[in-house]
Design a protein around this ligand. Structure first.
Ligand code: 5AD
Ligand code: SF4
Length: 474
């Protein structure tokens, strides 16, 4: 008997949290593409819906359950129309909650963690075998011995002018506030050869900028093609040799792993952009110690000094946690002092939120919400003022901007300058994916705007320069 097999099914992935999750979501789509699943922006008519979750923020788990409540209604509507909608929870909440998710939300067909999504097609087959949605959902939250990256297909499509490339995952540092070592598992680095191949494929598909990703990206120590162990500095130097790769960035890094070679690379590799996200979390040695960060505020200052000696125009960004258990007024004052001394181009700051299962969550000396809010406001005021000053200082400069998307206003494109600032400019669509010099005219709280001063010569557009014969000879 001939059964009709649907040629195309729809996959909708909703992504929460960090860039690592954005990358993983794209790879989930790559894994399912050969099985007839095409990515879709629409959730209501999807055959497979994946919530790729994040566990860092407070109420993350509750948000997932309320989203699942909405999805249940859509799944019921699909069933009324005779369609089967599969619902999956992926990412760090899935890893942390595991079986509990299918117990609390029986609507969920599959639960899988960040280390098992290469097995997704197999999970889908098992879930489809569930008797019309009855019976237990399929849960796969192991940390398998096999390397996930060995089992992922090549990317089915390019990522555009600015792409992410995951080079490292997991973390062994166990900061006392953080769930990552539990949800993402032990530190693991991909072999350099695989990374270089992926980078070359991205560049061939039109990518000019690659951001190397990892929870602890500068702890990278992968096998190099020469049989040696490569650190991040070595890897960046090799990537910089790829023709057409104009920009390299990496995130997120830890001060403890800022080794000599990586610091030197900031001075020696022009493609390595002069912007670094280097989280410090707190300026107080006492708090840094109870956070188990493994460095002091003075160590951090020294690292920044060395980085700035290597690359004087380096701009810095950081993460901060305020109201960590036991943080006193003096500790918080030390954080403000460090921020004033370093001077940040941009930063993220959070109120401490107890994550179940982490050591800091069971410390008795938790601060009140009011105290945390006051501190967060004071810190953000300072950081916002620094960001504004940094943006204003760009006015009058000319920056190479890589245009990544259309702006909200017609005729406007938006891209990023070397220092990660968003830059808006009037520009034709043909400059999407092109790096162009922009004279910065305005610096706002969150972005810059300016006018294009040079246009890359485009084969189908007449050059704005006079023909060669009319140019003044050198
Ligand atoms: N509470 C508040 N902020 C946290 N972060 C991680 N865990 C917590 C927590 N329990 C912040 C840190 C980290 C960033 C990704 O999220 O600043 O660098
Ligand atoms: Fe979490 Fe980063 Fe600390 Fe690792 S180094 S435990 S990922 S905050």
């Amino acid at each position: 008997m001939n059964k009709t097999v649907p040629v195309s099914k729809k996959l909708h992935v909703k992504t929460y949290g960090c860039q690592m999750n954005v990358y993983d979501s794209a790879r989930m789509a790559d894994v399912m593409a050969p099985h007839g699943y095409a990515s879709s922006d629409r959730v209501d008519d999807a055959d497979l819906v994946i919530l790729n979750t994040c566990h860092i923020r407070e109420k993350a788990t509750e948000k997932v359950y309320s989203e699942l409540g909405r999805l249940r209604l859509m799944k019921e509507e699909a069933a009324r129309q005779g369609r089967r909608m599969l619902i999956a929870v992926a990412g760090c909440v899935a890893q942390a909650e595991g079986e509990e998710i299918v117990r609390r939300a029986p609507v969920v067909d599959m639960v899988f963690g960040p280390q098992t999504y290469h097995r997704l097609p197999e999970l889908v087959i098992r879930a489809l075998g569930r008797d019309g949605g009855r019976g237990a959902g399929v849960v796969d939250t192991e940390f398998p011995a096999e390397d996930k990256f060995d089992h992922l297909p090549e990317e089915s499509q390019g990522q555009g002018p600015a792409a992410f490339l995951s080079i490292q995952e997991g973390c062994d540092k166990f900061c006392t506030f953080c769930v990552v070592p539990y949800t993402r598992g032990a530190e693991f680095s991909r072999p350099a050869t695989a990374i270089l191949q992926e980078a070359r494929r991205l560049v061939a598909s039109g990518t000019l900028e690659i951001t190397l990703l990892g929870q602890n990206v500068n702890a990278y120590h992968g096998a190099g093609p020469d049989g040696r162990d490569w650190g991040l500095g070595r890897l960046i130097r090799a990537l910089a040799e790829i023709d057409g790769l104009a920009r390299i960035r990496y995130t997120t890094s830890h001060p403890r792993d800022m080794d000599d070679d990586l610091i030197a690379a900031h001075g020696e590799v022009p493609a390595l952009m002069p912007y670094l996200h280097l989280p410090v979390q707190s300026g107080s040695d006492r708090v840094l110690d109870t956070m188990n960060r493994g460095h002091t505020a003075a160590d951090y200052r020294r690292i920044v000094d060395r980085l700035r000696a290597a690359r004087p125009d380096l701009a810095l960004s950081s993460d901060f946690i305020v109201g960590f258990p036991g943080e006193g007024d003096r500790d918080f004052a030390d954080t403000l002092k460090l921020v004033r001394e370093i001077g940040y181009a941009q930063a993220y700051s959070f109120k401490y939120s107890a994550r179940p299962g982490t050591p800091a969550a069971s410390v008795a000396d938790q601060l009140s919400e009011a105290a945390k809010s006051d501190r967060l406001e004071a810190l953000q005021q300072l950081l916002n003022a620094q960001q504004r000053a940094f943006n204003e200082a760009a006015v009058g400069s000319v920056q190479p901007v890589l245009f990544e998307r259309r702006g909200n206003r017609p005729g406007q494109l938006v891209g990023r300058g070397p220092w990660m600032q968003s830059v808006h400019a009037e520009a034709p669509d043909r400059l999407l994916g092109v790096q162009v010099d922009v004279a910065i005219a305005l610096g706002g709280a969150n972005s810059l705007s300016g006018r294009i001063v040079t246009v890359d010569v485009d084969p189908v557009t007449p050059s704005p320069l006079p023909p060669p014969a009319e140019r003044v000879p050198a």
